[in-house]
Design a protein around this ligand. Structure first.
Ligand code: PEP
Ligand code: MG
Length: 311
């Protein structure tokens, strides 16, 4: 048994009965990829670092080089690049966006392309070129997608440039409710639980006093995740989680039971999540999901799943 445990702390993610779950990395640059990387690819490459603290946009060459570095670090695996997520907690001076009364509900994420589509197009041009130069086929997704119409517009911009895997983050409840319509336009979804919690519970994600509302074990949040996973299963397309929820080993079993196909997290979280999945069958994960969904609140959900996992 000890040898099995050791074997489970490297290699691809899977449940005790062999159901595969991709374990991917959240990174901010190629420098975040550890040597002998534990993941099976990159589930969230936050591209903001290229744009931070700048008065002018990064050049085409600079962007291309940054994407190429990451693509080359994972020659045989998927790398999901997220297009620029500006606004609120990520203000970017070069965009010259006006101050907003309510920035979390304002022009942020993909919405910036309404005003400055050239910023998004330049990013997609650089990514397409990095793909050609490295021979990789990158996946691209947009943050803060809210409607199927936005998803369709984003997909068109990416596909005319030859990018074949186009997706969206699900961070807004409307997007989760219409996950099936988004998937009619897209190849995959990735659920950002940090923002999806903020917008579902109307609670600022930085607000310490409201931490109980932002708990990723909230049954209402899990219900939205289940809806996305069901839409993915019906469409035969991947639906992953890339928010903080994916890094909680016990919650990871719940997410797999809800039907998500990948979990993306910082590199240091991968071994514990891999071990948790390796200790539970898909049937047990589904039972954990049922217990969490039907619990009264996050504390009860956590306690019920912890008890089932210990049994
Ligand atoms: C999220 O919102 O869950 C997410 C992964 O994106 P970020 O934390 O960069 O907003
Ligand atoms: Mg987010």
């Amino acid at each position: 048994a000890d040898r099995d445990r050791l074997a489970s702390s490297t290699g691809p993610g899977r449940t005790a009965d062999g159901h595969p779950v991709k374990l991917l990395l959240n990174i901010g640059s190629a420098a975040d990829v550890p040597a002998g990387s534990p993941g099976e690819g990159v589930g969230l490459f936050r591209s903001e670092f290229l744009f931070l603290d700048r008065r002018t946009a990064p050049s085409h060459e600079e962007q291309t080089r940054a994407y190429e570095d990451v693509l080359r670090a994972f020659p045989d695996a998927a790398v999901v690049v997220r297009t620029l997520d500006a606004g609120t907690d990520k203000p970017l001076p070069f965009l010259g966006l006006p101050e907003e009364h309510n920035p979390a509900l304002g022009v942020r994420g993909l919405r910036v392309a309404r005003r400055s589509p050239e910023v998004l197009d330049a990013q997609l041009d650089a990514l397409a070129e990095a793909a050609r130069a490295s021979g990789a086929s990158p996946w691209v997704m947009a943050p803060m997608v809210t409607t199927a119409g936005e998803a369709a517009d984003f997909a068109r911009r990416a596909r005319v440039r030859g990018i074949t895997h186009v997706g969206a983050m699900v961070e807004v409840p409307a997007a989760a409710l219409h996950a099936d319509r988004l998937l009619a336009e897209l190849d995959f979804l990735s659920i950002g639980t940090n923002d999806l919690s903020q917008y579902t519970f109307a609670a600022d994600r930085q607000h310490g006093e409201l931490a109980d509302l932002l708990d990723p074990w909230q049954p209402a949040l899990l219900q939205l995740i289940e809806r996305c996973a069901e839409a993915g299963r019906a469409a035969g397309k991947p639906v992953g989680v890339c928010g903080e929820a994916a890094a909680d080993p016990l919650l990871a079993t719940v997410l797999v039971g809800l039907g998500v196909t990948s979990l993306s997290m910082s590199a240091r979280s991968v071994p514990a999540v891999r071990d948790a999945l390796a200790r539970h069958s898909l049937g047990q994960c589904r039972e954990h999901a049922r217990l969490a969904l039907t619990a009264a609140d996050p504390g009860a959900a956590r306690a019920a799943v912890r008890e089932a996992a210990a049994a």
